[in-house]
Ligand binder design. Structure first.
Ligand code: MEV
Length: 314
């Protein structure tokens, strides 16, 4: 087998606090999930193609429609580096579930960008790479906040406000979580579009909900910086309640959340766009196994244990 000319990878992500409200300028907290990864490798070829093995998709970049996310990413990187399309077969693999709130689209774009940079032996700043991916994210849903591209590129927990540089902040103690997949796909575009229409219909109610989410995110940041991690539990539950009032929960999510809380999780909420996809539960070493068991019994199709690790504020 020909060995690859270059490789790139990027993690999945979870949103701990503030999804949806972040689209409307409120702060959110997100963290990378390194247990799942999107990867790209580059093989020599006669034309530039992108092949997504798990998605059974293959596209020749020069002939792709303008709204093809893979081809757009390749074109954006070439444009930023002022290089012509290279004769490469860019092969993507990913174990990040699609349309599940774990940032699979942004991670695939980041993996393509990183592999291409390695292949060209070139550099772009994280800020530029994130901005390029943001252009592709707009195809996935029209009004992305930019949180997904930011967290997968920076690869550390971020305090994010739309349109601003992400603010790294201190994580004083490990935050052990279980991520559980309802198995119900939920394209971000649909959930984000529905929230927009609801906000247009009832702006005062939705602005108040977004403000309440922002308040929870601010409290959560203080808790994470202090390291009183179990105090995040009630904040997660309160954030979930507000998301449910925005119409973003689902019977599957509610079932998993109730199961986790019933088995001793300190808090639980949906993560990402909602309506399906993944939920997160805050656990301890003592409760993790029982909560995982309860999630499985309640229908979780996949459980990913992850820990957000202590990190300084820089
Ligand atoms: C998706 O991961 C998070 C949302 O808040 C959308 C966005 O921020 O672009 C639902």
């Amino acid at each position: 087998m020909t060995s690859p000319l270059a490789r790139g990878e990027a993690p999945g992500k979870i949103i701990l606090f503030g999804e949806h409200a972040v689209v409307y300028g409120r702060p959110a907290i997100a963290a990378p999930v390194t247990q799942v990864q999107a990867r790209a490798h580059i093989l020599p070829a006669s034309t530039c193609t992108v092949e997504a093995i798990d998605l059974h998709q293959q596209v020749e970049v020069a002939r792709a429609p303008a709204d093809d996310p893979f081809a757009l990413m390749v074109n954006l990187v070439c444009h930023a580096l002022q290089r012509p399309l290279p004769p490469w077969r860019i092969v993507i693999t990913s174990d990040i579930p699609i349309a599940a709130g774990l940032g699979s689209g942004a991670a695939i774009s980041a993996a393509i960008a990183r592999a291409m940079l390695a292949g060209f032996n070139a550099r772009l700043t994280d800020e530029t790479i994130s901005a390029l991916i943001y252009e592709v994210e707009k195809l996935h849903h029209g009004t992305p906040s930019g949180i997904d591209n930011t967290v997968v590129v920076y690869g550390r927990p971020v305090w994010f406000v739309r349109g601003r540089e992400p603010e790294p902040f201190a994580v004083a103690r490990p935050i052990p979580l279980l991520i559980a997949d309802t198995g119900a796909p939920s394209p971000t575009k649909i959930a984000v579009g529905d929230v927009r229409r609801a906000w247009e219909r009832e702006p005062v109610r939705f602005e108040a909900l977004f403000d309440a989410v922002a308040d929870i995110a601010r409290q959560a940041r203080a808790v994470i910086e202090e390291g009183t991690i179990l105090a995040l539990g009630p904040l997660m539950n309160a954030n979930q309640e507000l998301l449910a009032r925005m119409g973003l929960s689902s019977p599957e999510l509610d079932r998993l959340i109730q199961a986790a809380l019933g088995a001793g999780a300190a808090g639980a909420k949906l993560s990402g766009a909602g309506r399906g996809g993944n939920m997160i539960a805050l656990v301890t070493e003592e409760t993790a196994e029982e909560v995982a068991e309860a999630l499985r019994a309640a229908g979780a199709v996949r459980i990913i244990p992850t820990t957000i690790l202590p990190a300084p504020a820089t």
